[in-house]
Design a binder for this molecule. Structure first.
Ligand code: PMP
Length: 362
């Protein structure tokens, strides 16, 4: 193959090309080190500097205040479904969950093993085609925390606001939209995200935790599942995902050198608008799964008049170099994941392809 194809995968997903090229250069020998990034000890000065730089880059990009720790853990976002309630639910042992998709449901399932879960809102009856308005969320002022998923990767819905919780700590699964724009981190008690969409490769999970929350973690917790273990050891209690953290450092540097998250957000809005405008002007040939007001800038999900037309479109698109457009089985149809690293030109080309396909098949 002579050129890279357009990768619309939901995750692991496309990374910035300069990051891949730099990693390729460093893979044989890190400059001045004489060893590959894959071969160095996590206790080496070189790796310590990479970890510090990755944290520093994220702190700058998101303006993470000093009273928050940044952790690089393993076990994916899925392990956070357990770690969050195990660490943060006691002593009141009840929490509020806003259910806007399959990942939120999985988080609820794990939280129920620890304590009482109050479902503050669920969009399940409409196959998760929207996120709630603030006024639709029913909160318990005595809950240990409120948990929500900012972007629903499978359904293509996204919160365009941060829920107000009246002082109850807010926990967010930001796996599929972290870094898509600047957010006010001080509104959150804890943010977690699997790295494999907007931050880096799979196998490393970012956790941003407000330090006062650590008082809740009880010593009786298994060592590896206690946030304190990881804050006290700077994510190096055991061997971390050294390669993953190295890539996160490169991604953060790349974003900082390219206008930071404000620039990302401007491009992300443009990319998503191109697709939604294409659907809205297609006389119903293309239908977005997400309702207006809930439409994701990261995962654009849509359907055609019949499953046969969808299947044929996916086949023709794949042959034309647009990869990964098949939707998740729970919504069917198509999904174009257009994370930070996905180029604007790729969306322009996809829209031209969709318009052409409609002309031939409508
Ligand atoms: N939450 C969200 C919003 C996701 O999109 C995913 C994975 N696609 C997960 C959680 C699970 O992440 P992991 O595979 O890292 O456990």
């Amino acid at each position: 193959m002579e050129k890279r194809i357009y990768n619309f995968s939901a995750g692991p997903a496309i990374l910035p090309e300069p990051v891949i090229k730099k990693a390729q250069e460093d893979l044989f020998m890190l400059p001045g080190v004489g060893m590959s990034i894959l071969e160095i000890s996590h206790r080496s000065k070189t790796f310590e500097a990479i970890l510090a730089s990755a944290k520093d880059g994220l702190r700058k990009l998101l303006d993470i205040p000093e009273n928050y720790d940044i952790l690089f853990l393993q076990g994916g976002a899925s392990l956070q479904f357990s770690m969050v309630p195990m660490n943060l639910m006691p002593p009141v042992n009840k929490a509020d969950y806003i259910v806007t998709g399959v990942w939120a449901k999985k988080a609820v399932k794990e939280a129920k093993r620890v304590g009482t879960v109050n479902i503050s809102y669920t969009a399940e009856a409409s196959n998760f085609n929207h996120v709630p308005k603030q006024s639709d969320i029913v909160l318990d002022p005595e809950a240990a925390f409120v948990h929500y998923t900012s972007n629903n990767t499978i359904y293509g819905t996204q919160f365009d606001y941060i829920p107000e919780t009246g002082g109850v700590p807010l926990v967010c699964d930001m796996s599929s939209d972290i870094l898509y724009k600047k957010i006010d981190v001080s509104k959150f008690a804890l943010i977690y995200a699997g790295a494999q969409k907007n931050i880096g490769p799979s196998g490393v999970t970012l956790v941003i935790i407000r330090k006062d929350l650590l008082e809740r973690s009880q010593d009786s917790l298994p060592t590896m599942l206690n946030y304190k273990t990881h804050t006290e050891n700077d994510s190096m209690f055991n061997t971390p995902n050294t390669f993953g953290i190295y890539i996160i450092d490169l991604v953060a540097k790349y974003l900082l050198e390219n206008g930071g998250l404000d620039a990302m957000y401007e491009t992300n809005k443009k990319k998503a608008a191109l697709l939604y405008d294409c659907f809205d002007s297609s006389n119903g040939f293309y239908r977005a799964h997400a309702l207006p007001g809930s439409r994701s800038l990261m995962n654009v999900t849509f359907n055609l008049p019949t499953p046969e037309l969808e299947k044929q479109l996916i086949a023709e698109a794949t042959a034309a170099g647009f990869d990964g457009l098949k939707g998740h089985r729970s919504v069917g149809g198509l999904r174009a994941s257009i994370y930070n690293a996905f180029p604007l030109q790729g969306v322009v080309d996809l829209v031209a392809f969709l318009n052409d396909y409609k002309k031939k098949n409508a």
